[in-house]
Design a protein around this ligand. Structure first.
Ligand SMILES: [Mg+2]
Length: 392
């Protein structure tokens, strides 16, 4: 089988509100910045590139690239051109089963989301060609369903607690609070949430690089003193500050996780060598796809640490990919983050348009059973949110 063409489709979804606060709540790192909103894009939006890989056998695989200049560092236009003009054309004529060779061919620095879109389409294609779910390609299933966590935007303590209760009514029992401003105020947010949700609910916190190392230590000590029951603290300090992360980790009992600092297998190993992490956050968009995500999980497993699978506001394809990935990783911490279910509807056809949506059953999402990712896009829904169609 040979790859014959690669198609990209840019998607722009209007959402009712920005996913995170940037006004004196959440990470200080983001205050005053609006990464997804600019004078040319004044309304809250989420953007994506859908990627289709076509073959001479007539089998097509579909993937999805996340777009967020504020987190992943690239625009929609950059990702689409990277796939259409630079990465995609090099894959024409290649055997899609040669995943290692293909990812080696496009292993340029950066472009992780462009690579992820291609990698997802490859996995979907191979699964369909073999009539097997992608989770089988990744090592098989270690679980049959996946508990869901959602992120809670920074805000007033009572508002954050109320948002958690609203989600609990919809069957969500795990949360990650966005903090990273001032430790004394942030611990009040965590205390309000814990008081509202009770002792059994998973509560993580993400500082998105907002703290200095000493502020992060202060937050953890306050959380420990008030018995907030914090499952972990994500990316407390700047992504580049591995000694700072290690200092925080040595100084507190709270588990410390890397997110912005963990893109590649080399990042993962450096974090572990610096003794800077207890947990690694893997996102398909950061890793550049499932092949590399599995390798990061293997590095974590070798070091005896755990992984969290983070949110990328998927459209449906990426959500399915993350479920297959979660099923196949032994070292994954229980809840997998799917903040998108609270932000927008997905673009999938039945039954997954409803199954990957609120309310949840027993706090979980199912892992699709069919070939490839086991999900199909709703063409009419995709047409509604397509900016334009470009074929390479
Ligand atoms: Mg994060």
């Amino acid at each position: 089988m040979k790859i014959t063409s690669i198609t990209t489709t840019p998607i722009r979804l209007n959402v009712s509100h920005a996913p995170y606060s940037t006004q004196n709540a959440g990470s200080k790192h983001h205050w005053g910045k609006r990464s997804r909103v600019s004078p040319k894009r004044p309304l809250p939006i989420l953007e994506y590139i859908l990627v289709s890989i076509h073959t001479d056998d007539g089998v097509t695989g579909i993937g999805e690239s996340s777009v967020d200049i504020g987190f992943f560092g690239q625009t929609l236009e950059e990702i689409q051109i990277a796939i259409n003009d630079y990465l995609g054309p090099q894959l024409i004529g290649q055997d899609p089963f040669d995943r290692e060779r293909i990812m080696d061919i496009i292993d340029f620095r950066g472009n992780s989301c462009a690579k992820a879109g291609l990698d997802l389409a490859l996995h979907d294609l191979i699964g369909k060609a073999l009539s097997t779910p992608v989770s089988t390609l990744l090592g098989g299933r270690n679980r049959s369903k996946v508990p869901v966590s959602v992120e809670i935007a920074g805000g007033a303590p009572d508002d954050m607690a109320a948002e958690c209760l609203r989600f609990m009514d919809l069957g969500v029992y795990a949360f990650k609070a966005k903090i990273g401003g001032y430790p004394e105020q942030d611990v009040d947010r965590l205390r309000a949430i814990r008081e509202a949700v009770g002792a059994e609910v998973s509560l993580r916190a993400d500082a998105n690089q907002g703290y200095s190392p000493k502020e992060a230590i202060r937050l953890c000590r306050l959380a420990e003193r008030y018995d907030v029951g914090l499952e972990l603290l994500e990316q407390p300090v700047a992504a580049w500050d591995l000694p700072g992360m290690a200092f925080v980790r040595r100084s507190v009992d709270t588990l410390i996780e890397a997110d912005e600092g963990c893109y590649t297998i080399h990042d993962a190993l450096q974090l572990i060598r610096h003794e800077a992490v207890d947990v690694l956050n893997i996102k398909i968009g950061k890793a550049g796809g499932l092949l590399h995500a599995k390798k990061i999980a293997a590095v974590a497993e070798a070091a005896g640490i755990k992984c969290v699978l983070g949110t990328s506001f998927g459209l449906g394809i990426e959500m399915a990919a993350k479920l297959h990935l979660a099923a196949s990783i032994r070292a994954v911490v229980d809840a997998v983050e799917f903040t998108e279910i609270g932000l927008h509807t997905n673009l999938l056809a039945a039954p997954y348009n409803k199954e990957f949506a609120l309310p949840l059953t027993e706090g979980c999402l199912p892992i699709p059973e069919g070939p490839g990712f086991g999900v199909v896009l709703d063409d009419a829904e995709v047409e509604l949110v397509t900016l334009n169609r470009v074929v390479s």
